[in-house]
Ligand binder design. Sequence first.
Ligand code: HSE
Length: 324
Amino acid sequence: MKKIKIGLLGFGNIGTGTYRILEMNHRKIAETTGCELEITRILVNDPSKKREISVPSGKFTKDPDTILNDPEIDIVVEVLGGIEPAASYMLKAMKNGKSVVTANKAAVAANFAELKSVAAANNVLFRFEASVAGGIPVLNALSTALSGNEFEEISGIVNGTTNYILTQMTENGSAYEDVLKDAQAKGFAEADPTADVEGIDAANKLSILMALAFGKYVAPSDIPTTGISKITKADIDAAKERGCKIKLLASAKKNGNDVEYSVKPVELPLSHPLAGVSNEFNAVFVTGNAVGELMFYGRGAGSLPTGSAVMGDIIEIAKAVAAK
Ligand code: HSE
């Protein structure tokens, strides 16, 4: 059986989730790809750190070049988070002939055109399903099964942390700071949760969704963005009085030849399908001119759900490498 070697850049929540999935579903993945997949090297800051997962210590490295320059590694998986050095590492991996998978919405949204064009120029694959809405395969759906549509609208709840916070504040009367800590402990929040609570993470994801759905790139910093850090218990109670729930909505709608877009908290009536999306779950509404309305729903954050999307991309690349 052909061997495919994978280098992981980062071993936080998503990296360990991806590692676990490969262990858990090894046989199924080998059957699907016709290949033996192995994570041979993992970039970490501290190889001697105690971890909840057992990994042969020889796999750990502190030097990114031992992955990026290793001729035996076919696929580089970037799960470091943050724009740099993640984007530079991805570009270097591609220039060295490696296909790249990432879950990093900030790096993808900031460098969308360059990452795509360097991948194409070097004849390697670049996949980033896990960067939007965690385990929900919405990017795959937009670019394959739904690609016969002109899209009219893409909107939804695309940040698990803020949805978790708003849900707990609404349903249990929890205090904002307490629930944020809880979301961090559960591995939903970014290392610096400012990106979550100020809507920046959702803007990164909306930028990627718009680029795929409308072929229109808008830098995340150009998306009008309001987060949830100023939402108070009084706002939530007032919304309740009106029969509504507050949700952080990322939205892009066609208006003639233009697209209108924003990230902001909105009051949704309880009857609205997005009002029932709770905790770390995400949902993305898509309206296409042929398919009509669709809604994708699932876990938008967390180690295994996001690892599931990373592994799906690895498998697609492994199939292509095996077919060469
Ligand atoms: N911090 C992100 C969220 C992780 O809460 O949705 C998944 O992208």
